[in-house]
Design a protein around this ligand. Sequence first.
Ligand SMILES: Nc1ncnc2c1ncn2[C@@H]1O[C@H](COP(=O)(O)OP(=O)(O)OP(=O)(O)O)[C@@H](O)[C@H]1O
Ligand SMILES: [Mg+2]
Length: 328
Amino acid sequence: MPEALAEVGARRLFERMRALRVLVVGDAMLDEWVWGSVSRISPEAPVPVVAVNDHSFTLGGACNVASNLRAVGVRVAFAGVAGDDAEGRELRALVDKIDVDPAGLVTATDRPTTRKTRIVAHNQQVVRADWESTAPLTGADRERLAAVVRELAATCDAVVLSDYAKGLFSREVVEAASAARVVTADPKPRNIDLFAGVTLVAPNAAETSTATGIAIKDDASLERAGAALLERLGCRYVVVTRGERGMALFGTAGERLVVPSVARTVYDVSGAGDTVIAILTAALAAEAPVELALQLANYAAGAVVEKLGTATASPDEILELAGAESHG
Ligand SMILES: Nc1ncnc2c1ncn2[C@@H]1O[C@H](COP(=O)(O)OP(=O)(O)OP(=O)(O)O)[C@@H](O)[C@H]1O
Ligand SMILES: [Mg+2]
C-alpha cells in the first residue's frame, strides 16, 4: 500500500470513520488485574503468596472491539448483557469512560458479569480465575436484547457481532442486526452457523479448521477451508486470521488476498482478533475497497501485538507501521 498516494487515501478513510456509528453486539467482559510480588510460599499450601500493590479493571471480550473502534474515532453503541452486580457497574463505568453508548447493555439477574481475574507477579501471570455463565440467555433476555439490537442497528452504519461463546447469540439477535448496511462477525466455531448471511466473518485459523473439519497446513488447505466457509455461510467475505502468518481474504466474486503479518516485535497477541474485526468493519463501513480494509486491519493487528496487554491502535500507529513496512 503505502506510497504517498495510498497514505493520503488511508488518511481520508480514517477521516470518514469519524462520521460513522457502529453497533457492537457481543459478550461483554471485565478484565481484572491484581499486581504484586512474591517473596514466600504459603504455609497453607504449596503456592506463592502474592503481596498486592495494585489492582485495576479493563474492558475485555466484545468491549475490547468497542475500544478498538473508539481508537480510530468511530462512534460506538454497545449491546450485550451484564450481571446485576458490582462488576456490572464497573463495566458500565468503563464503557462510559470511553464514550460508548450503553443503550443496548441489558442487565440479566440470573448470571454474573463475565469477569477474568489475573494475578500477576513480577510481570508473570500466576493464575487466572473466571467468573462466568455460558448458559443461553433466558427467553425474556433474548427478546429484550433482540429488540434493542433491532432498534440500534437501524441507526448505525455497521454492526459487529463479537462472539466469545458465553450464551449471548441466537439467530434472533443475528437477524436483528441485519438492518445495518454492513454486518460482520468474529464467531466461535460451535456457533458459526448462527452467523449465516452476514457480510463478513473473521475466525482465526484454528476456529476455521474446527468449523470446517479441514486442517489448515498449506495454501491449498487454506483455500479449501476459506471457500467451504464462504459457501456454507453465504457471506460476501471470509477473513481467516493466521497469527504470525498474517491473514487471508476470500470473497464470493473470486477475491483472494493473502497478507503476511507485519509486527516488528511481538509482546502480547491477546485481543489481536478484536482489533482485526474492528478495523475491517470500520473500513468497510467507510466504503474502503475490501483489499485496503484487509491491509489496514493487518497493520492495526501488528501495532497491537507490539504492545503489552489487550490494546488498541490509533490511525497514526496504523499508518506508522504501514510506512515502516514499505520503507523497509
Ligand atoms: N505472533 C504474531 N506475530 C505477528 N502478528 C501477529 C501475531 N499474532 C497475531 N498477529 C496479528 O494479529 C492478527 C490476528 O491474530 P490471530 O489470528 O491470533 O487472532 P485471534 O486468534 O482471534 O486472536 P485473539 O483471540 O487473541 O484476539 C493476525 O492476523 C496478525 O496480523
Ligand atoms: Mg479471536
